[in-house]
Design a protein around this ligand. Sequence first.
Ligand SMILES: [Ca+2]
Ligand SMILES: [Ca+2]
Ligand SMILES: [Ca+2]
Ligand SMILES: [Ca+2]
Length: 248
Amino acid sequence: MNVQALELFQDGAAVAGFPGVATSTGTVDASGTLDVVLTTHSTFVLRATSQGGQDEATITVFQQVDESEPNDDAATAQVLTTSGAPVVGMVSPAGDEDWYAVTVPAGGWIRAWTDDGAGACPFDTYMTLTSTDGVTRLAFDDDDGVGACSFLQPGAIDPGAANLAAGTYFVRVRAYSSSVTGTYVLHVEFGGPGCGNSIIEPSEQCDDGNTAAGDGCDAQCTYEPNGTFTAPGAPQLLSLAQSILHPR
Ligand SMILES: [Ca+2]
Ligand SMILES: [Ca+2]
Ligand SMILES: [Ca+2]
Ligand SMILES: [Ca+2]
């Protein structure tokens, strides 16, 4: 089915100059190059319309942050201000510790993991989450991420990374081995409580990472029947949503 319209939006506004050239058959040739300007991050939505309806794809693009040494303890931790912005860091020399500071509101959470920026693990990492005092360890992980990389998962797996008091917390990255050096990408997401953050918080029965209704966990993060329930009659099967981990 031919696409009748192809639109691109950046943070809700149509991107000027998109799409490319309309062909003689009325379909859209979207090939070509388009420059857009980012500050810290932008969410792009690509919407295709055909006779069959509309479909959308969404992606959020972040500016990369570079690690800034010295950052070897809580006092010198590098402050991260944009949730989701990848940080390119380096464990060097061997034994290097890299501390990052993140501020959350009351009931906050911090999710953090390392990889090589392309879905693989560059070397065996080890991560900890330290409380506002710079000393008390709230969570730690060695290998929950891809390969031997670490993943701090607020919620059931790492409860110490969720339901935080308001304040500034510290994510520390180092190599598991004291003799290994290498470049890594650190991803840190953080925020306050709410439905759709993939964490089941005190006021919630479920949280499937979205606020859509009709998928077993509604927009208020309470269970909802999966399908229409009619009674009386034959026994009805009522399936309830389960919590899911953060999609990666
Ligand atoms: Ca470093
Ligand atoms: Ca360091
Ligand atoms: Ca590890
Ligand atoms: Ca939640």
